[in-house]
Write a protein that binds this ligand. Sequence first.
Ligand SMILES: Nc1ncnc2c1ncn2[C@@H]1O[C@H](COP(=O)(O)OP(=O)(O)OP(=O)(O)O)[C@@H](O)[C@H]1O
Length: 200
Amino acid sequence: MLLEAKNISFGYSPDNIIINSVNFGVDKGERVALVGPSGCGKSTLSQLLAGYLEPISGQILFEGKPLPQKGYCPVQLIYQHPEKAVNPRWKLGQTLNEAWTPDDSFLSDMGIEKEWLNRYPTELSGGELQRFCIARALGPGTKFIIADEMSTMLDMITQAQIWELMLKIIQKRNLGLLVITHSLDLAQRICSRVVNFEEL
Ligand SMILES: Nc1ncnc2c1ncn2[C@@H]1O[C@H](COP(=O)(O)OP(=O)(O)OP(=O)(O)O)[C@@H](O)[C@H]1O
């Protein structure tokens, strides 16, 4: 398995366990969609898989080993809410360069204007900021992308363009992909396997 949750449990409080002894994995070369009703725990699982949250029991393994505690994480999570994923006090260029330095053609493919890098996060629209967060997550050290409802706030044309580019990058660099979505159509178009959270 490339990325694996082994018998993990988690709750935001001890009397409210949301993830109960779950086993889940994504193999090399697979693109998996995770679907399920609102509030069932998909985003929580994605945060556990990216190392943002610690399970109360069980293990998260990437290429058979725990995620690194320090340095760049090979598993990058793209959130539903880009404004929560950036430091509001930093200009976007600083935020991006902390992760990596994409060239001008990559920025232009992602629909990012260079001038935005001199702005603060509140000075971009939600969709513009999300494109920036997607670009940031695709640094050279990234081996696995978790996209949690990442394209919900983009218009249909931008959504299609971004996914087309993402899939090209994912194939070229052989990255793992987990997509969390409410759209079965998107799941079936993009992924090789669809998993229902409630059946885990
Ligand atoms: N930080 C938090 N503190 C306490 N409870 C939380 C927190 N985040 C989420 N929850 C609760 O955990 C449960 C699972 O939430 P989660 O966001 O993982 O669901 P989801 O399946 O991703 O939902 P959606 O499809 O609506 O995004 C929900 O009942 C939610 O209210």
